[in-house]
Design a protein around this ligand. Sequence first.
Ligand code: TA6
Length: 305
Amino acid sequence: MDSLLPGAAALNERHGIAGRLAFAVMYGGIVAVLSHGGARAIVALQGAQVLSYETPDCGEVLWLSPHAQLGTGKPVRGGIPVCWPWFGPHPGGGGQPAHGLVRARSWRVAATSAGGDGTRLSLDVEPADASAAAWPHRARVTLDVTLTDEGLVLGLSTENLDAAPLALTQALHTYLRAGGIDAVTISGLEGCAFIDQLDPGPLKREAQSLRIGCEVDRIYQGDCRVITLSDTALARTISVASGGSASAVVWNPWIEKSARLGDMGPDGYRHMVCIETANAGADVVHLTPGARHTLSAHIRAVAHS
Ligand code: TA6
C-alpha cells in the first residue's frame, strides 16, 4: 500500500459524512464504511474493492475470504475486485498480473456525497508508471460506489486521455455469498453463448438455468444484462444487472482449484459464486481519444416472502 496514503482521520476530516460515510482501519488497511437506510457497504481504498454489502432483510450479500488482509501487495479474494485494464491473463503474455494493474494499488478518494437517494463514494487511480510496458496508454479510471434503497450500484469509468485509441477489457468480479452451492440456481443466461475456459474450443450455448456441481469458469457473450442467483438456503434472490456490457462471467473454483488457491477457506467454494459484470472475451471496449466508457453493476438482494 502507498506509504503516502493519508490516514483514516485525515480522510474523515476531508471526506467523511456524519452518519453516512466514515473511514476506518479494517483488514489491515483503510476502508470507507457507507451507510444508508439500514444497509452498509465497506470499500477498501486498496483496489477500490467492495469487501462487504449488507442489507437489513438479507444480511451479507458478498463472500469474502476468511484470509482477507490488505497491505500484503496481493489482491484480496472476495467482495468485488476491479479487473482493469485487462480481464484474465495479460493479452501480451509475460509476467504481468492476471486481471490487470489496479487490484493491489491504493486508490484516491475523489468525492463523497449523501442524500435521500443514497450514499456515494468516488475513487480514482493513476495506473502505476510501471504499467507503461504492460499497457502503454494514458487513461483515467474511476469507480463510483452508490448505496441506495434499491441496492448497491458500481460504475467503473474509463476516459482515454491519450492521442491514440485504446482497447480495454475489464470486470467487476463480484463474489456472491451462497448458503450452500447445491441450494443455488442461476438464471438469465439461458440461450447465451459462452466460452468454456475449462474446455477451450467452439462457443457453447447455455440451454437452461445453471446449477453448480463442479468447477465452472465461463465467459458468456451477448444479452446477459440481468443475472439472478436464487438461494433456497438463505431464502433470497440476488440480481446483478449490468450496463455498458455485452458479456458476463460465472466462476466457481470447486474443490481442487480452491485447495490450490489457498485463500478460499476450508469449504469456501460451497458458499460463493462469482457473477461478474464484464467486458471480456469478444466484448472489447475501444475508446477513441477523449472518449469515455462506463461498466456498471447494480446488485440487489430480495428476501423470499
Ligand atoms: O473470473 C474467473 C477467473 O478468471 C478464473 O479463471 C480465476 O482465475 C478467477 O478469475 C480468480 O482469479 P484471481 O486472479 O483472483 O485468482
